[in-house]
Ligand binder design. Structure first.
Ligand code: GLY
Ligand code: MN
Ligand code: MN
Length: 500
């Protein structure tokens, strides 16, 4: 047991509070008397624990980048308080929770991923903002929280002390359980919160700001953050490349088990990819789509409960999310038996050609829509050529008739979110211009539903999508997922080589 006093135990940075968890509530129990626990045991559990404070922590790699982002955000909202929550645990069932995944904006601005964390930018008298990360401190030992609460450290693992977090993040840190009270007693200044992650905190902020145009103002904060995130810095690009590289390995894993998968199911494919995601990253960045046969025509087929049969095309849309929470988003459509049939190849090659046209249109200064238009034009031309849609092509494109079979947009921004920066204003995103540092997917597809009477029977049940992750560079683009075979003959060679 440490002989130091609490004050000595927690070496504090000037602005960071020592951990003081005396108020920590213990759900469902009264402090001092725990049902089924003798006072002797309760006393025993409070003592005999070594001090584990880590004094030599270096800031996380992205700390200076996060500081620069906070500074940029501060300039956008002078004199206003900004509240950016990480989010809370969500119940899955009874006393089990979904795995926690911190909100993207919180991660972007702090480099932290702690549940219940809240970043607050408080307007300062000198003009800018004082920034504080509000976090849960260490579990309290005096009131039994650490071993009697299901979220105590003995159950779910050690939390960082506020001092440790402060060193890691390069930020002053305070006890998040005091945040509501501090907000209520703080000077009344305009306050905005990023919504959708911390319902309790939103209520507190609502008390402070009143209903007048609060939603609109909060949306503006979110929109500014999404627009800041549109262009990735070098560190972010490296994270995305890392996500893609793991994803490429995950696709190789799947190809290596295709023979076994054939005997089992799409779940086997999903599970195989997931192993790579959990070993090399945090998770998958979105629900894996392992769609064999006609399931490939269901865009977000994540049930993955079907068989993988010889002769099927397997559409696998999957991405590893790194431990820093950047995700890849890659799709390959693979002939399970090793070679495409003639009709499968015809459809696949058309999608490949459309993707090539799309990727070629990704360059700085191009309109964001250009790559979509280029890919859609190729697909419309093919559909007219095959007699599936009545031409001319210009008419098809004008009326959007090809969309019966192309179904979705040709891509989206990629980053901390798989569909990144979705609330950016149209003029900065969908109607905007590509800039170096943007990363987007190019993912055309053709889908002929199994009950689609507008196409000959041979097309029905074929779904093909090819998706790559493309970085806009100073003079064009770089395909981050180029390591994964894409052309139909390359795909066949890959399958043959991997299966031996
Ligand atoms: N995986 C979803 C998408 O490609 O957008
Ligand atoms: Mn995808
Ligand atoms: Mn995508």
């Amino acid at each position: 047991m440490s002989q130091e006093s609490p004050a000595q135990r927690f070496e504090t940075l000037p602005e960071t509070e020592a951990d003081d968890s005396a108020e920590a509530p213990v759900k469902g129990r009264k402090n001092g008397l725990y049902p089924g626990v003798s006072d002797e045991l309760a006393e025993l559990m409070t003592t005999g624990w070594a001090d584990t404070e880590m004094h030599d922590l270096e800031p996380v790699e992205q700390a200076p980048l996060a500081a620069a982002r906070r500074e940029a955000l501060s300039h956008r909202f002078p004199g206003e308080r900004l509240v950016v929550p990480a989010g809370n645990l969500r119940t899955r069932s009874n006393d089990t929770e979904y795995p926690f995944r911190a909100s993207c904006d919180y991660v972007y601005l702090t480099g932290d991923q702690t549940r219940d964390g809240v970043l607050v930018l408080e307007p300062s008298e000198s003009g800018g903002h004082d920034t504080v990360a509000y976090l849960l401190p260490r579990s309290n030992r005096d009131n039994g929280e650490f071993w009697l609460d299901g979220q105590g450290e003995l159950w779910v693992g050690r939390r960082r002390s506020l001092s440790e977090s402060s060193r890691l993040l390069g930020l002053p840190c305070r006890d998040v359980r005091r945040l509501a009270e501090e907000l209520r007693s703080a000077p009344p200044v305009p306050t905005r919160i990023v919504r959708g992650h911390d319902a309790e905190l939103e209520k507190v902020v609502a008390e402070l700001v009143g209903p007048a145009d609060a939603e609109e103002r909060d949306q503006e904060l979110k929109q500014v953050l999404d627009e800041m995130r549109l262009v990735k810095d070098e560190w972010e690009v490296a994270q995305l490349q890392k996500a893609v590289d793991s994803t490429v390995r995950g696709f190789h894993d799947v190809v290596a088990v295709l023979d076994q998968a054939r005997a089992t199911s799409e779940r086997y494919i999903e599970g195989t990819f997931f192993l790579r995601a959990r070993v090399e990253g945090n998770d998958v960045g979105y629900g894996t789509i392992a769609a064999s046969g006609a399931h490939a025509c269901t865009l977000h087929w994540t049930r993955n409960d079907g068989p993988v049969n010889p002769g099927d095309l397997l559409l696998l849309d999957a991405g590893v999310e790194t431990d820093t929470l950047y995700t890849a988003d890659v799709t390959r459509t693979l002939p399970v038996s090793g070679t495409f049939t003639d009709i499968q190849r015809k459809v696949y090659d058309a999608v490949y050609e459309a993707q090539e046209a799309g990727i070629a249109a990704v360059k700085p200064g191009a309109a964001y829509r250009d790559f979509h238009d280029a890919a859609q034009r190729v697909l419309a031309e093919k559909l007219v050529e095959w007699g599936l849609v009545e031409g001319p092509v210009e008419r098809v494109l004008e009326l959007g008739l090809q969309r019966r079979y192309t179904l979705h947009g040709t891509g989206h921004m990629l980053g901390l979110d798989v569909h990144d920066c979705a609330t950016a204003r149209r003029e900065s995103y969908a109607d905007g211009t590509l800039e170096p540092g943007m990363v987007l997917t190019v993912e055309p597809g053709l889908y002929f539903q199994s009950n689609d009477l507008t196409v000959p029977a041979e097309y029905r049940g074929i779904g093909v999508r090819i998706e790559d992750d493309i970085l806009v560079t100073l003079d064009g683009n770089r395909n981050l997922s180029a390591a994964l075979p894409r052309r139909s003959d390359e795909v066949e060679e890959w399958l043959a080589a991997t299966r031996g």
